[in-house]
Design a binder for this molecule. Structure first.
Ligand SMILES: [Zn+2]
Length: 236
């Protein structure tokens, strides 16, 4: 068993007035976050405590983000898409934004960005890869080709996907990503990591046994953890 922390990186690429400390750490907090995880690693040694971070993919800011990530020796970096042209689509206070979109086009935009993020080479794992379903808005058309395109890109980039049990706790009421997406990941041999996106101590490991059953159902026999960017495979 092991445990990893992956707090959300500061919102460097947003104007200061739009940075929200309830969803991401403030700029001044990153060094102390790193220090606190290091302390935990020492305190609980030899139990493995991993030092991770979650970072948003912002097109056009790849170099800047790489420079920031390069300042720390993370065990792993989770890449995520929470913003589409600056719209925080998973934030319940901006839910009205869905009305402005044809859902199929919205999904197309989201999954193309997810693929670009994976191809950027900055991330080890794509976090909650179908986050766009969070509030239960789903297009009528066949979205499997959108999944498949993204999964193929993720596989080609050698990036993992995260199975994230926070999906059980939102209106979509299913794990991120769903079974169709997971099966495609398995078919394209994309390794998976396991996360609960806990935000609170009592949610650490939330419904992991359900997530593991779903992984087995999708065809997986192992999950991945990271130690200084190296993959460890754990049988499930
Ligand atoms: Zn996230």
């Amino acid at each position: 068993m092991e445990m990893g922390f992956a707090d959300h990186i500061p919102m460097y690429f947003f104007p200061p007035e739009e940075r929200d400390c309830s969803i991401a750490m403030g700029e001044e907090e990153l060094p102390s976050y790193a220090e606190r995880v290091r302390e935990l690693q020492k305190r609980y040694h030899p139990f493995p405590v991993r030092f991770g971070i979650e970072a948003d993919y912002t097109p056009g800011m790849e170099q800047e983000l790489s420079n920031i990530l390069g300042q720390y020796d993370f065990d792993y970096v989770l890449g995520s898409v929470h913003y589409l042209d600056g719209w925080g689509f998973d934030n319940s206070s901006h839910k009205g934004g869905y009305d402005k979109w044809a859902l199929y086009e919205l999904y197309e935009f989201y999954f193309s960005l997810l693929g670009r993020a994976a191809a950027s080479g900055m991330f080890d794992t794509m976090a909650h890869p179908d986050l766009i379903k969070k509030f239960g808005f789903k297009p009528d058309g066949d979205i499997i080709p959108l999944y498949e395109e993204a999964v193929r890109t993720i596989a080609g980039a050698g990036v993992c996907v995260e199975i994230n049990t926070a999906g059980f706790r939102v209106p979509a009421a299913e794990v991120y990503p769903n079974m169709e997406f997971l099966k495609l990941c398995c078919r394209y041999r994309v390794p998976v990591t396991l996360g609960s996106d806990a935000h609170k101590p009592d949610l650490v490991g939330y419904r992991f046994s359900d997530a593991l059953s779903l992984l087995r159902e999708a065809g997986y026999t192992e999950i991945v953890t990271f130690n200084r960017k190296n993959k460890n495979y754990i049988r499930i």
